[in-house]
Design a protein around this ligand. Structure first.
Ligand code: KIV
Length: 302
């Protein structure tokens, strides 16, 4: 393990010692590198990628292969952050055995350090089977995007006492099954506070108020790049979407006016002088100097 990597024991200890855990989603190596450099503790390859990357109306069609593909990319960009992968819809629900099989594939093929799955007591045995194989599991309670149709939309959960009690029991069941952290999504702040108090593992909130042990946001939301759905709990920490549109306007204008590319973006040199392809140059090319594949604009490569 790379030195300085955030570990599961360290995340568990944050519940007692702080500081709060800052989680963001990531789906590719470049964004992962940037969020890691900014100090994010955990990068979650969420199945939200179905909505923000693939343009789908919900997360249900996302596949195990897709999560693994994005997981490998994020793992290459994450030097310090702990990397967690979301178990896609119907990869863990059917049985503990199927759940373990899918989680194992995610660790081997997706380069993840932990998996996350949606649901409570109903999936306690599934969590136990995965944890028993040495794979850390993050739980997820409250608004469950994979149950969007059953919930009748992306709706806040646990507003009445009986559903709040059920969520408290779910949290205890996940903790007892060995989950090392629990995402609390879309629930009243007071309920998230009660859950955070009764479980010994860190809670990570999204639309669950300020009392959780950490927070998570979808990176396209917090960067201001995704506007199809704008939930109340999202704070946009930048307006990168506007910056992208503005940069694109300038690029299009400069291509059309031929202001781009300018001399400094072009390669110099005389007229093309093709060299005969000798046997020697074909079989034993001269050693290349270590440096960028493309030299400065006025370098004559001949
Ligand atoms: O898929 C996702 O990005 C998530 C987070 C919003 C918690 O599950």
């Amino acid at each position: 393990m790379a030195s300085g990597k955030i570990t599961v024991p360290e995340l568990r200890a944050r519940k007692r010692n702080g500081p709060k855990i800052a989680v963001l989603t990531a789906y590719d190596a470049t964004i992962a590198r940037l969020l890691d450099a900014g100090g994010a503790d955990v990068l979650l390859v969420g199945d939200s990628l179905g909505m923000v990357v693939q343009g789908l109306p919900n997360t249900l069609p996302v596949t195990l292969d897709e999560i693994c593909y994005h997981g490998r990319a994020v793992a290459r960009g994450a030097r310090r952050a702990h990397v967690v992968g979301d178990m896609p819809f119907m990869t863990f629900q059917v049985s503990p055995e199927r759940a373990l099989d899918a989680a194992g594939r995610m660790m081997k093929e997706g380069a993840f350090e932990a998996v996350k799955l949606e649901g409570g007591a109903r999936y306690a045995e599934h969590v136990r089977a995965i944890v028993g194989a040495g794979i850390p599991v993050m739980g997820h309670l409250g608004l469950l995007p994979q149950s969007v149709h059953a919930m009748g939309g992306f709706r806040v959960q646990g507003r009445d006492e009986s559903s709040a009690q059920a969520l408290l029991a779910d949290a205890r069941a996940l903790e007892e099954a060995g989950a090392y952290a629990i995402v609390l999504e879309g629930m009243p702040s007071e309920l998230a506070r009660r859950i955070t108090e009764v479980v010994s593992v860190p809670t990570i909130g999204i639309g669950a108020g300020p009392h959780c042990d950490g927070q998570v946001l979808v990176c396209y939301d917090f960067l201001g790049m995704y506007s199809e759905v704008r939930p109340k709990f999202v704070k946009r920490f930048a307006e990168i979407g506007e910056a992208i549109v503005e940069a694109t306007h300038r690029y299009v204008a400069e291509v059309r006016s031929a202001a781009f590319p300018a001399a400094e973006h072009s390669f110099g040199g005389g007229p093309l002088r093709p060299k005969p392809l000798s046997e020697e140059s074909y079989t034993a090319p001269p050693p290349r100097s270590a440096g960028p594949a493309y030299g400065p604009a006025d370098e004559d490569p001949s």
